[in-house]
Design a protein around this ligand. Structure first.
Ligand SMILES: O=C(O)CCC(=O)C(=O)O
Ligand SMILES: [Fe+2]
Length: 208
């Protein structure tokens, strides 16, 4: 089995779960902050991030999502997707606190973050890989979740094997290369009543 190095920071009582057994690895860490701190971070981010609808291509048409997004990063980290170049919002103290924790737990430095706000269970994210050309493909992506617990799944590109897990309030999922080459992932919609959720995916953009 492909077992990347353990995170650098002492995990204390926090267990690390390896999600996959081949073609890249994802490590799941529950509650990297105490629950009351995670709840507070959720409220701060809902208020302080400039949330905007996303635009995705569906059947050749540009569709505006109800899910809201924000692109955050160092000033030189512009990012193009769906044909639109986006300038990053600046880091805030709350975002820097979470980034520092994700860096300590993954042993990697990130310069940008894609944030998603899912208001309810009928908002999700379809199957995709985080393999945009700007991303440094040798670096992991660290995905931090706040708020309602949601089901997340990986599906192998070749044989469609599917592995799913719940991402809980305050958890961190670290996706290690070459996972994006072999697996797609998705945030599944649910008919169960769930609280709003924020997800932050910390990334390393390759600067020209
Ligand atoms: O909300 C999630 O957990 C997934 C987000 C995601 O896959 C992404 O932003 O690329
Ligand atoms: Fe993703």
């Amino acid at each position: 089995m492909n077992t990347p190095d353990l995170p650098f920071e002492d995990l204390g009582s926090n267990s690390l779960i390896s999600v996959l057994t081949r073609d890249g690895q994802a490590h799941y860490l529950s509650a990297i902050f105490p629950q009351d701190q995670s709840n507070e971070l959720l409220q701060i981010l809902i208020r302080s991030v400039l949330w905007q609808p996303d635009q995705v291509m569906m059947f050749g048409k540009v569709v505006t999502t109800r899910r809201k997004v924000a692109w955050i990063g160092d000033p030189d980290c512009s990012y193009t997707y769906s044909g639109i170049e986006r300038q990053p919002q600046a880091w805030t103290p709350a975002l820097l606190l979470i980034k520092a924790k994700a860096e300590a737990l993954s042993g990697c430095q990130f310069n940008s973050c894609l944030a998603n706000l899912y208001h309810s269970g009928d908002e999700g994210m379809g199957w995709h890989s985080d393999n945009e050309k700007e991303l440094d493909s040798n670096m992991p992506i660290a995905s931090f979740s706040l708020g309602g617990r949601r089901k997340f799944a990986f599906r192998h590109r070749e044989d469609q094997e599917t592995v799913s897990l719940f991402l809980e309030n305050g958890s961190l999922l670290i996706m290690h290369p070459p996972i994006q080459e072999y697996w797609r992932h998705s945030l599944l919609k649910t008919k169960t009543l769930v609280a709003p959720r924020i997800n932050l995916t910390f990334r390393k953009i390759q600067l020209a």
